[in-house]
Design a binder for this molecule. Structure first.
Ligand SMILES: Cc1cc2nc3c(=O)[nH]c(=O)nc-3n(C[C@H](O)[C@H](O)[C@H](O)COP(=O)(O)OP(=O)(O)OC[C@H]3O[C@@H](n4cnc5c(N)ncnc54)[C@H](O)[C@@H]3O)c2cc1C
Length: 500
């Protein structure tokens, strides 16, 4: 079998793999990057993403260098607030029901700020994330919730910038190259066997960094680990993340860790294809449930639409929808709610219904209990606390009283025509189960010992997210862990060199 050699071998060219590759080259190591996708589809989920990033910042002065200088007008209009380390830990703890492994949370939080600055130095451009913030009637914008910046050009922008950096630094990138198994000897992992078309070859390296995503695009593994019906979820990102890296590592005795039955999944248009395509990007996301109510085929509400801000609730909504009859639900808005919907709701592919009355609206929807639906809307409208003013700028406490399933904030009657309904289902983003790694991303085996030469980064790391995740921390974790893994990998390369 043909054989090649390198110092640091990285599997997967999403943000984790690209960050690892660029950082490893900057230590002087020879770096080879294997990407399973062809050139045109390179970049993994990172390229599909919205580009929101969650990092610690002390105030507007920390935002300024990331976005290349705010204008006077931006400074005047926007109140950026701050996002402390303590708040980041608290958000991770709260949404993961305090299960997040502290070493993993520390790696993310403590390196978030420095990694943002490092990404900016590699050519990634950032913008204030105005879309996720609260826009007040006087035109001012109030930042809250932690994700203050997004990548200019979203996932595509991140991917373009980091591929350009990798090429500039001299990373050897092989496309259409799928890693299929790890090579090990008595000393540890020494390379991988990969396949390009039908040809297999070996690449030997001092260190192997697995950065090839979770198993979100593998219907069989989804059903095996996440449970029944998960084969019916639609894939929001790359079709290439089929769990190869996890399988390869488990095959040599790596320890599985974290929430293997959990994943990030959100509300996704029913008309979306089973597996997303780059040309669609995020046009099928339907994350504005806060502005109305969501009902199932029984005509009933099934979760608290106003439990918390969007960034802390949207990533668990897909699972809730998948559990409904037919794996479908409808988001319902009146004219006031519809006015606040994001642009993607208006795309031509949207599974959308509109009508002047609720009766006419529901008569267009196949498969819903129409009588129960009308009763649900009346009960909801009657249960809203009229004594608390509606305030989109904060968790306003304008909830419902007496309903079995409350809406805790931002409750407004569904009463002003025209009315709109959007059919949604579960879109899976990425899986939470992964490998057990230490704070340098070194993979451990089932006896809790380091497997020499093997590292993992990005979605492949277990123990960080459980049940839910704070929006913007997927890309952050990918960049932080990729960089962290490459530092440790480059060290093991110099250790090997000095031992020879
Ligand atoms: C629609 C969407 C929107 C999102 N929006 C955001 C957001 O706004 N903010 C945020 O923080 N997160 C977001 N995320 C999540 C975020 O994209 C991921 O958490 C992050 O990109 C993971 O990076 P990664 O490098 O680990 O994986 P990926 O970017 O998925 O990269 C994995 C790479 O491995 C390659 N690969 C797979 N198997 C093999 C193999 N056997 N051999 C070689 N290569 C292989 C794949 O081709 C791919 O390039 C979003 C995700 C999606 C799908």
């Amino acid at each position: 079998m043909e054989s090649r050699e390198t110092d640091v071998l990285i599997v997967g060219a999403g943000l984790a793999g690209l960050s690892a590759a660029v950082a490893a080259r900057q230590t002087g190591a020879r770096v080879t990057l294997l990407e399973r996708a062809p050139f045109e589809e390179r970049g993994g989920n990172s390229r599909f993403s919205n580009g929101a990033m969650r990092a610690v910042y002390q105030g507007v002065e920390d935002i300024d260098p990331l976005v290349g200088g705010l204008t006077e007008d931006e400074r005047k209009r926007a109140d950026f607030g701050s996002y402390s380390r303590e708040q980041y830990y608290e958000d991770i703890g709260r949404v993961t029901q305090y299960r997040s492994e502290i070493t993993m949370a520390e790696m993310l939080v403590e390196n978030s700020r420095s990694t943002m600055l490092w990404l900016a130095r590699q050519g990634v451009r950032f913008l204030p994330l105005y879309e996720w913030q609260v826009h007040l009637a006087d035109g001012s914008i109030k930042f809250s919730g932690g994700s203050a910046v997004e990548i200019n050009g979203a996932g595509q922008g991140a991917s373009d910038a980091m591929f350009a950096a990798a090429e500039r630094e001299g990373v050897d990138i092989l496309y259409d190259a799928r890693a299929i198994r790890l090579i090990e000897d008595a000393e540890g992992v020494t390379g991988v066997v990969a396949r390009q078309e039908r040809r297999e070859f070996e690449i030997h390296a001092c260190a192997v960094i697995l950065a090839c995503g979770g198993f979100e695009a593998n219907a069989e593994m989804r059903t095996r680990y996440l449970g029944p019906s998960w084969e019916l979820a639609k894939v929001r990102g790359s079709r290439f993340n089929t769990g190869d890296g996890l399988r390869m590592a488990l095959d040599i005795g790596a320890m599985p860790f974290g929430n293997w039955s959990g994943c990030h999944s959100s509300s996704w248009d029913l008309n979306a294809p089973d597996v997303n395509e780059l040309e669609y990007g995020t046009i099928f996301k339907r994350d504005d449930y806060l502005e109305g109510i969501v009902v199932n085929a029984d005509g009933k509400r099934f979760f608290d639409e106003g439990a918390d801000i969007r960034a802390l609730t949207y990533a668990k909504l897909g699972r809730a929808i998948l559990a409904q009859p037919g794996q479908v639900a409808w988001q319902i808005f009146d004219a006031r709610g519809a006015e606040r919907l994001h642009g993607e709701y208006r795309v031509r592919q949207s599974a959308r219904f509109t009508a002047g009355t609720l009766e006419a609206l529901v008569s267009q929807i196949e498969g819903i209990d129409r009588v129960a639906f009308l009763a649900t809307v009346s009960e909801f409208n009657a249960a809203i606390r009229g004594d608390v003013p509606y305030d989109p700028a904060r968790k306003d406490g304008r909830g419902t009283t007496g309903l079995a399933i409350p809406k805790s904030n931002w409750a407004r009657a569904i009463s002003e025509p025209p009315f709109e309904a959007y059919a949604v289902t579960c879109g899976i983003t990425f899986t939470f189960g992964g490998l057990r790694v230490d704070s340098n991303c070194r993979v451990k085996d089932v006896d809790d010992r380091i497997i020499p030469g093997l590292f993992a980064a990005g979605e492949m790391i277990g123990g960080l997210f459980y049940f839910n995740y704070p929006g913007g921390s997927g890309l952050m974790s990918a960049a932080v862990s990729g960089k962290q893994a490459s530092m440790a990998a480059a060290e093991s390369k110099s250790r090997n060199a000095s031992e020879q």
